[in-house]
Design a protein around this ligand. Structure first.
Ligand code: NAD
Length: 361
């Protein structure tokens, strides 16, 4: 007997994706395809060399490099970059790097409508979303705007080989978190669920090899492919408890983005499990579900541990005395989650994450 198709709404986002080892060679023609002739390249200070290499590849189409991208896009940096784009008469931005650099390109596009060509070098997935974030006076404002969705994305796995094993592990778990929450999103739909499940499968296959053999191109391709699917999931449907908790912990206690996602994900999944059995079986299946008794939450915990990732909020520098405040903040504004949010429940979840306890099946 076939399963009943549920009612759903599916919005597809318009972007062009070019995927494959060596696809960076297509950069000049992809810029031409956008109708652009004056590209401003963006990078972090740490990826200055990569930024220069991209600018050089662009030849006369590259008019400058702004190499001050920073985590969470401080408004001061965004304004400097906007001014430079204007002063150079740039007609597109090329962002080479992780979520921080893509985020800076989005801050420019938000006020200028300059098209973005993104060249992701982590698994954050920002390049597939219309979500922007800018930090002003210590507060990160976020929003959705179709203007900030990159028009073209070049996924070249060779550029991810330099990503250190720890960043690869945590950035990959961050991407898996996008897939996990897409599966029980309030906007969940059959298309995105296929994409999300496949994303978990590809990342779970690639990451264990990536952390042991960072130059293994096949594993890098698998992980980057999964990250693309994770980004699509994040861009297409709303997230839930896990993302809210990570946003609170990152914003208020200044915890590192990808590491926080890695630590919290198994515990947020355990919290939600009873309310989303279908999503949980898809997650277990995608993780390779070695035994039926391995729950989705345990599978995520086992994967993160096998990657050598930090496993507790304590290891990330949170103090036990911060947990009450974190729980309070996390329940302040109501938001969607399949299992209703209670302060006691969240406080217990945070305690487990703080201690890095293995979730119970
Ligand atoms: P990141 O962009 O801050 O990069 C971390 C560090 O790694 C930087 O120094 C960077 O230069 C370096 N790096 C990146 N790629 C490298 C590589 N291949 N080799 C060596 N070093 C490399 O980290 P991230 O985790 O990619 O992004 C996190 C940020 O992205 C957060 O601010 C988060 O909020 C945002 N984000 C936004 C969205 C969205 O949809 N708007 C989605 C995901 C993440």
């Amino acid at each position: 007997m076939t399963k009943t198709v549920p009612d759903f709404i599916y919005d597809s986002l318009p972007s062009r994706v070019v995927f494959g080892a060596g696809c960076l060679d297509r950069l000049p023609e992809e810029i031409d395809r956008l109708g652009a002739t004056r590209a401003l390249v963006l990078s972090t200070p740490e990826q200055h060399k990569e930024g220069c290499a991209i600018r050089d590849r662009l030849g006369s189409r590259g008019v400058g490099l702004f190499d001050k991208a920073l985590m969470h896009v401080p408004i001061e940096i965004a304004e400097q970059a906007r001014e430079q784009a204007k002063a150079l008469g740039a007609d597109c931005c090329v962002a080479v790097g992780g979520g921080s650099t893509t985020g800076l390109a989005k801050a420019i596009a938000l006020v200028s409508t300059l098209p973005i060509l993104a060249i992701p070098t982590t698994y954050a997935g920002s390049e597939m979303t219309p979500i922007w974030g800018i930090t002003e006076a210590g507060v990160k404002k976020t929003g959705r705007d179709p203007r900030v969705l990159p028009k073209t994305v070049l996924y070249d796995p060779t550029l991810t080989i330099t990503m250190p094993p720890l960043l690869s592990a945590t950035s990959g778990m961050n991407s898996i978190a996008h897939c996990v929450e897409a599966l029980y999103s309030k906007d969940a739909n059959p298309i995105i669920s296929l994409i999300a499940e496949e994303g978990i499968r590809a990342l779970a296959a690639g990451l264990p090899v990536v952390v042991k053999e960072p130059a293994n191109l096949e594993a890098r391709s698998n992980a980057l492919y999964g990250a693309w699917l994770g980004g699509m999931s994040l861009g297409a449907v709303g997230m839930a408890l896990h993302h809210k908790l990570c946003h609170t912990l990152g914003g208020t206690f200044n915890l590192p983005h990808a590491e926080t996602h890695t630590v919290v994900l198994p515990h947020a999944t355990a919290y939600t499990a009873s309310a989303s059995p279908e999503a949980m079986s898809r997650i277990s299946r995608a993780l390779g579900g070695k035994s039926a008794a391995t729950s989705a939450a345990q599978g995520l915990f086992n994967l993160a541990a096998s990657l050598g990732a930090p496993m507790s909020l304590a290891a990330l520098g949170l103090k036990a005395s911060d947990l009450d405040k974190a729980a309070e903040l996390a329940v302040q504004n109501p938001y969607y989650n399949p299992r209703p949010i209670t302060k006691e429940g969240i406080r217990a979840l945070l305690q487990d994450a703080f201690e890095g306890k293995r979730p119970v099946a």
